[in-house]
Design a protein around this ligand. Sequence first.
Ligand code: AMP
Length: 216
Amino acid sequence: MSNYVFLGPPGAGKGTMGAMLCTAYGNIHVSTGDILRAELKAGSALGNQAKQCMEGGGLVSDDLVAALVRKRLSQTDIAASGFLLDGFPRTVPQAEVLATMLAEIGLSLDGVVLIEVAEDLLVKRLVGRRLCPTCGAIYNIFFAPPTHADRCDTCDVALTARKDDNLETVRNRLAVYWEQTAPLIGHYEAQRLLARVNGSGEKNANFSALQATLHL
Ligand code: AMP
């Protein structure tokens, strides 16, 4: 079983491609954004701690996120199925913690995939993103709108937008990516783990490119 990290700016499609890869090959999708949003929704102490950073588009502390990842990667299903880390690591210190953590658990990384997308497309993908609160379906008002404005095609409930998908927060998230996360590209290139995939196309074409890159 293989273990991957997906790297790329917000809106690159890490979640979408991650879900496709996990459905096809059985890896376990570990998204730190999803874990943090679940904590926020549950109103846990951890969620409250992360709330302000998340809503402003900044990063939650390395220690907090690393503890969540360590807990998930230590569970027995991970070694059996392989993992796909989506949204972690996001800083060089997080990558260093990950390397130590994996060595302690007895796992290793098989590849880091950088999903590359032009910046103007990223903004449209994020600002236009809408979610069905019932079934989780993802729409985009520019590229994949629902049949009836702002309602889920399947559930007929009103679609919602993520709180951090407004233009101001999106700009901040992109700035944070270039400042704090992009240095990971060189970090993993130096370890010969990095592979680049074009994520600008339609999702099935992007996924085929990913499969080819990873020789799947
Ligand atoms: P995402 O769903 O990956 O876009 O993450 C949503 C938000 O969760 C980010 O804007 C951060 O505030 C927080 N977050 C997710 N992953 C991390 C991480 N590895 N380090 C710090 N903050 C994170």
